[in-house]
Ligand binder design. Sequence first.
Ligand code: G6P
Length: 371
Amino acid sequence: SAGDVELGDYQHYMQKEIFEQPQALAATLEMIGGAQTLTPNLFGVAAPEMLAGVRSVLILACGTSFHAGLVARYWIEQLAGIGCSVEIASEYRYRVSVPNPEQLVVAISQSGETADTLASIKHAKALGMGRTLAICNVPESAIVRECALRFLTRAGPEIGVASTKAFTTQLAALFLLAVTLAKQNGRLAPEHEAGHLKALRHLPVAVQKVLALEPDIKVWATRFADKHHALFLGRGHHYPIALEGALKLKEISYIHAEGYPAGELKHGPLALVDKDMPVISIAPNDALLEKLKSNLKEVAARGGELYVFADADSAVDEEAGVHVLRLPEHYGLLSPVLHVIALQLLSYHAALVKGTDVDKPRNLAKSVTVE
Ligand code: G6P
């Protein structure tokens, strides 16, 4: 409970948990040590057998954990060449779906007690799907007990209702899963595997550099804390980060926010853009940057105020109505882990300006254990 965890110098648990992310990631990655290569045992004793021959993955989760699943889909399909679908647990459990007994079913949950996620795993099992894996932050929780395999994230207790460090450690776990599946599927050269593990181990340092941007992010947050709507844009594996940025802002600042894949802008949200709706854009220096920039021009042309989270080397320039903050490192496939941290800080500071109850936002619960 909150009473057992000291706030220390922090004002809120959410703030503490945002700043604990380097340690939370390092602790979660401790189980791979200095290894140059992964063994499936990481996911449990039955994993070598259960993961062998997996040709498709179904991820089930709710809330922020669902967004972690959406990022993982990009990784699993790209690295492992294995089809991956991601479904909101409460939808999956009640719809008529086509079961695939060979499929690996992954439940993602911070608490391990979310009623819909637990029920969705039971539902999958009842449909004959026995290869189940829990990615969870609480050992011996109901979801962990229900699944054949497990990976425990080591974020430590998360008390703020809005999930932060649990999310980034889930991403680390899911990246390990993607690399493991890629290996099993014969898709990964040993030098690439070592490179991925090296990138993972460097994350705590890279995250620390993003946290150092807090003063600049705070200035941005004060600029749009009085707005009633905000739009978050991303593309590719940063699209789920746009969704997560919007969710964070809604949850704790009560500003209505939507996350959109930037390519969909012209199919609806552009109609809403004006000077009163800030558009927050994730602009890493990747293959989609040029496309994203043309999306941003569409926003600027309509008088929208743009807040762009770019990478050190992204060719995006400050101009009237376009504010740019640069994350210190370009991080390739793992870049979502860094970009989400900037968005967590943004909503935290917007909520501070608004004076909301950051750790216990109205109407929300940390863990939804009843339907
Ligand atoms: C609640 C919390 C969210 C969380 C979601 C799923 O809505 O407020 O922060 O993402 O439940 O929780 P879980 O414990 O299953 O990850």
